[in-house]
Ligand binder design. Sequence first.
Ligand SMILES: *Cc1c(COP(=O)(O)O)cnc(C)c1O
Length: 354
Amino acid sequence: MKKHNFSAGPCILPQEVMKKASEAIIELDGIGLSLIEISHRSKEFVEIMESARSLALELLGLEGKGYKALYLQGGASLEFLMVAYNLLENKAGYINTGTWSSKAIKEAKLLGDIVEIASSKDKNFNYIPKGFVVPNELDFLHLTSNNTIFGTQIKEFPTTSVPLVCDMSSDIFSRQLDFSKFDLIYAGAQKNMGPAGTTLVVVKEDLLGEVTRQIPSMLDYQVHISKDSMFNTPAVFAVYVSMLTLQWLKDLGGIAAIEEINDKKANLIYSEIDLNPLFTGYAKKEDRSSMNATFNLTDNALKETFDNMWKDAGISGLNGHRSVGGYRASMYNALPLDSVGVLVDIMSDLERKG
Ligand SMILES: *Cc1c(COP(=O)(O)O)cnc(C)c1O
């Protein structure tokens, strides 16, 4: 039986995407060859790469606005470094909202002066800092839109004249935003748009070429742009499945349509967390993520009973990250509302029994 997959990443993908992807491993679109045994320079794969790139820009509403989409390797973790290589000349600002922001700061510090403009470390990252002032002289301001581990999400982005760089690994394509406010967006595919192995980078081209350092070719966004994201062999399978997932999203009605479903899922779980006395939410209410809901039992003696109940119901991937404990329900785009319904029923069953 197919499980209800609440995994934080790699995570659930649409069933129809999985089916098409598995078929393409045997034979891609009737060409007599597998997707993974053809040249990345073949007409077939070049078309896949081009539609993956244009679908990303189209869904984000960034077509014709000076942006390029790239599918790179090395995960979001390599972007922590690449962003600094390509954009950091003097000083950059970071908002530290969790484990991933902290890692981004650590890498950028290798290349220049980094200021932590605000941080929520004082409360183990259970909220999003607000009301901070962004100095004008920064090369860029780096944000993490959704904090996968702690379950917080930025709802209001700072208004500033400084270029905005955002790690959107765990909520890209999940909610409507004015994406043109950002100058560079990156996201590891495996959270909300595909399998592990590729990272989407969407960058405003005129931001590049300003730093004085020598950039190694593989770390240079301009090199990847000039080669249409094919400077070296791309992760063909991951790009193909990301393309299928973006096509699935487009057919569904795009980000506006999925946001409505995502809001329903988030409302369902958070109202149960708030109404059920056996559970307590981890993140500050106003900063709660619609992608990753983090929560705890109020009485740990119920842990074994609760764990057995959700496992028996076919739920998978609900354990919290080791740095937070408790539970984390990751509700990415492909997770059906019904799966959240199953979880919420178990939570209220526990209350009835308890
Ligand atoms: C998972 C995650 C990362 C790390 O992604 P990798 O592709 O494994 O390097 C970075 N940022 C955020 C917000 C994440 O959720």
